[in-house]
Write a protein that binds this ligand. Structure first.
Ligand code: C2E
Ligand code: MG
Ligand code: MG
Ligand code: MG
Length: 282
């Protein structure tokens, strides 16, 4: 149901944006100006280890502070940008923001944890992309182990082979790679079997109903166990209740992310967690 709402939401805003941007060239202009004027920015959602009950890092999530429409969520603009091949530019912008943040924290002597960034599917079709990405990170002198790339499972339905190559290449540069929204597509087991990955992020929908339904719980339990045996870290996303958190701990899930622990935070709020990295007592 959430997926449906997000989809219709994005269609709606797609229409709103499109009606104002009749020409594609106009969208490009609006987008370029928005980047230049600092209308895009990132928020950071903490991830916690269930074992140590401490911060282990965060995910960078993009927002658009649109002058006329206010703060837009990714579902309200990402589909349109993707359609017009502008998402790669946005992803690169987000990555640069993340590098700037890590560099800044290093200069301030703050403890540093890895940050994950989401990557669009366009990635697969641009051979120069990886070079550009590595060059950017190296220009900032950010250690590769501090950057994790999240690629969404369902976007690669027909490209598992290609995805596998892209991820192997990223890992050869010592970046961490994760499969986002794991369990939302139909290739989850193939991913585990054939694709070299460091992390799987269990989709929120995958966890839905696990409180009441034995079957759901058994599936999640065994996915976590399989991942563990394969040396893959499991992250549960969209954790909203203490019941879910307790169940995930019982099932041996490594890391949690969700509103129950923290909403995505402004940068200054997240910085405070670098100093006090304990799980907020609940
Ligand atoms: P995602 O990568 O799966 O990110 C998790 C989404 O779930 C985020 O939505 C986050 O705010 C939301 N969330 C976190 N905890 C909870 C919870 O407890 N309950 C619920 N209901 N939701 C929770 P957001 O920020 O709206 O982003 C949506 C999607 O947009 C992301 O899903 C990701 O696929 C995409 N996205 C975000 N930033 C970027 C970006 O910089 N580049 C690209 N290519 N995609 C991005
Ligand atoms: Mg993600
Ligand atoms: Mg996800
Ligand atoms: Mg996603």
């Amino acid at each position: 149901a959430l997926k449906e709402r997000q989809t219709s939401g994005s269609l709606y805003y797609d229409e709103v944006l499109r009606s104002e941007l009749l020409e594609e060239s106009e969208l490009e202009k609006v987008f370029a100006k928005a980047i230049k004027d600092g209308e895009f920015y990132v928020v950071l959602q903490p991830k916690y280890s269930l074992q140590t009950r401490r911060l282990v890092g965060c995910e960078a999530l993009v927002r658009w502070d649109h002058p006329g429409k206010g703060r837009l969520a990714p579902s309200q603009f990402i589909p349109l940008l993707e359609k017009h091949n502008l998402l790669v530019t946005l992803d690169m912008f987000v990555l640069e923001q993340v590098c700037t943040l890590i560099k800044g924290w290093q200069n301030k002597g703050l403890p540093i944890f890895p940050i994950s960034v989401n990557q669009s599917r366009s990635y697969l079709f641009n051979t120069h992309y990886e070079r550009t990405l590595v060059d950017l990170i190296d220009r900032y002198g950010v250690s590769h182990q501090l950057i994790e790339f999240e690629l969404t499972e369902s976007l690669f339905l027909n490209d598992v082979k290609h995805l596998s190559l892209v991820l192997a290449s990223l890992r050869s540069h010592s970046f961490l790679v994760s499969i986002d929204d794991f369990g939302s597509g139909y290739s989850s087991l193939t991913m585990l079997k054939d694709v070299g990955i460091d992390v799987i992020k269990l989709d929120q929908g995958f966890l839905k109903g696990t409180d009441e339904h034995h079957r759901g719980k058994v599936v999640v339990q065994h996915v976590i166990a399989m991942a563990k045996q394969l040396g893959i870290t499991t992250v549960a996303e969209g954790v909203e209740t203490s019941e879910q958190a307790q169940m995930l701990q019982l099932l041996g899930c490594d890391v949690v992310q969700g509103y129950f622990f923290s909403h995505p935070l402004e940068i200054s709020e997240y910085e405070a967690l670098l100093i006090d990295d304990r799980l907020p007592s609940s």
